[in-house]
Design a protein around this ligand. Sequence first.
Ligand SMILES: NC(=O)c1ccc[n+]([C@@H]2O[C@H](COP(=O)([O-])OP(=O)(O)OC[C@H]3O[C@@H](n4cnc5c(N)ncnc54)[C@H](OP(=O)(O)O)[C@@H]3O)[C@@H](O)[C@H]2O)c1
Length: 248
Amino acid sequence: MTGAMQDQVAIITGSSRGIGKAAALALAAEGASVVINYARSSTAADEVVAEITEVGGSAIALQADVSKEDQVDALIKGTMEKFGRIDVLVNNAGITRDTLLLRMKPDAWQAVIDLNLTGVFLCTRAVAKIMLKQRSGRIINISSVAGLMGNPGQANYSAAKAGVIGFTKTVAKEMAARGVTVNAVAPGFIETDMTSELSNTEEILKFIPLGRYGQASEVAGLIRFLAADPAAAYITGQVMNVDGGMVM
Ligand SMILES: NC(=O)c1ccc[n+]([C@@H]2O[C@H](COP(=O)([O-])OP(=O)(O)OC[C@H]3O[C@@H](n4cnc5c(N)ncnc54)[C@H](OP(=O)(O)O)[C@@H]3O)[C@@H](O)[C@H]2O)c1
C-alpha cells in the first residue's frame, strides 16, 4: 500500500466484478477505505472485500441498486455510518441491453437509462452535499466510447453514456468552486463479463489500433490517477479514453 489515500473513503458503484472491482483494488492499494457496491451477487462482493482486507486494507460490501433513489440514499447513509466521510465516488455500475433500434422495446431503453444515466445522477447528487461541505472530493464517471462515436445495437447505451458526458461537464462547473473535480473515463472494449459474449471479436479488433481488448486494470490505472494523484487536482470536466486508440 502506498498510503496516498490514507484516511480517505471511496465508493465504487458496481465493484463486485470487472472494471469496478479493479478500481476498488487500485484505490484500496493507495490506502483508501473502499465501499464495494453490488446489486445482486453478495458472494462476489464479499470476495473483493476479503481480497482487500487480507492484505491489510479496509473495505465493506453494501448492496444497493443505484438506479433506485431510496437504495442510493441507504448506500450513502451506510457509508457515512461506517466511515464518516466520502472523498471519492466512482460511478461505474452499468448494464447493456443491446439490440437494433427497430427491435428495441421501451423496457430495454428504460433499464439502461435508469442505471447508466439516472444512477449516475442519483449517486452524484447524494455525495455532492457531503463533498461540497468538505470542500474536497473527486467524482469519476464511467462513460464509454459508445457515447462518443455511437455503436449499432446500442442506441440506449450510447445515449446514456453520451448523457454522462454532458452531466460530467455541467457538474464539474457547478462544483469546481468548492474544490470538487468531476471527470469521465471512456473505456473502449475491455475484457469483462460485459464483453465476454460478443461474437464478432475479429471485426472489433480491426477498429482497435493497439490490436487487443483492454484489461480492467488498465482502466483502473486512470481511475486511480484521477482519484488519488495530487496532479489530478487541476483536471476537471474532462473525458479521457482508455481504448487502445479506437477514438482519436
Ligand atoms: N467492459 C467494457 O468493454 C466497457 C466499455 C466501456 C464502458 N464500460 C462501462 O464500465 C462500467 C463497468 O463495466 P464492466 O464491464 O466492468 O461490467 P460488469 O463486469 O458487467 O460488472 C458490472 C457491475 O455492476 C454491478 N451492477 C449491475 N447492475 C447494478 C445496479 N443496478 N446497481 C448497482 N450495481 C449494479 C454488478 O453487480 P451485480 O452482479 O451484483 O449486479 C457488477 O459489479 C459500466 O458502466 C460499463 O458500461 C465497460
